[in-house]
Design a protein around this ligand. Structure first.
Ligand code: FES
Length: 279
């Protein structure tokens, strides 16, 4: 990509003619991303209390979305899921580095993590809030070499379209977990946790299906929109979600953390889940 020269770009950090409070947004983003990424990292390191169910053999239960899908399970951990729920099961693999806790979250979090890290909205957010390049529109940023696009060090950002394919699979998996949460040891019912885990894939789906890459996938490269009304209608719906992408990025990030917190609190016995199973 050719160098792009922006007049006044390197006039000094914070130099601007803006009179509004432009500092609020990057500061709020900084605090929000620190808080949620900190919580998610903490939860991943726990390796326990990510599952709750009244029984151990029947279908159903609450699974933290930060641990889903389960590949391996360490069944000696408190609050761990039954082996039938894991793709491979237990015992925990012997090749696992002893420096890390035996946490199923470590086996899967790279996929949603890569999707969010390379998301077009989050890039804007953390480039501004963490790197101040620039901190806001029409505000001088930290002086840097001429902008060369996302090449060199940042070339990995181009992997976003591939991260999307994995994210779409996660929407299906988390939807299955939502169905699972309406059963407990084979009995259909409803609990507060069922509602929490149902809202989660709805918000993550709204975020994922509003992705810029997904919008391109369904409507890109079309010279004649009216030639394929199905794709055109899908593209319009995706565009609607896309226009609220920032909103769903934050709502889904908040809710996936909250859903983990809720399952963790119920599993550890700190709060009692209100439900129709009488548990
Ligand atoms: S652009 Fe944000 S998820 Fe793809």
């Amino acid at each position: 990509m050719a160098d792009i020269s922006i007049p006044g770009r390197n006039k000094g950090f914070g130099v601007t003619m803006r009179t509004d409070n432009w500092r609020t947004a990057p500061f709020a983003v900084f605090l929000g991303l620190m808080a949620f990424s900190g919580y998610i990292a903490w939860a991943a390191f726990q390796g326990e209390y990510y599952w709750w169910s009244g029984g151990t053999t029947g279908f159903g239960g609450y699974l933290s979305p930060l641990y889903s899908p389960l590949i391996y399970i360490d069944q000696t951990a408190a609050g761990s899921a039954p082996a039938w729920h894991a793709w491979i099961g237990g015992p925990w693999p012997s090749w696992w580095p002893s420096i890390l806790p035996a946490s199923p979250a470590f086996l899967i979090l790279a996929f949603p993590g890569a999707f969010r890290l390379t998301c077009y909205y989050y890039r804007k957010a953390y480039y501004r809030a963490f790197a101040a390049t620039p901190p806001a529109c029409a505000v001088g940023g930290i002086p840097q070499k001429p902008f060369k696009g996302e090449t060199g060090l940042l070339i990995f950002q181009n992997l976003h379209r591939y991260a999307l394919y994995f994210a779409l699979i996660f929407v299906v998996i988390l939807s299955y977990d939502a169905v699972l949460s309406f059963f407990n040891d084979g009995q259909f019912g409803v609990g507060v946790g069922s509602i929490v885990l149902l809202i989660n894939p709805i918000l993550i789906g709204a975020y994922t299906f509003g992705c810029h890459s997904f919008r391109h996938l369904v409507g890109g490269k079309m010279d004649c929109m009216s030639c394929s009304m199905g794709r055109y209608k899908t593209w319009k719906k995706v565009s609607l979600l896309n226009s609220r992408h920032q909103l769903f990025a934050w709502l889904s990030l908040f809710w996936v953390s909250f859903a983990d917190f809720y399952v963790r609190m119920v599993s550890a016995g700190y709060i009692k889940d209100l439900n129709t199973w009488g548990l």
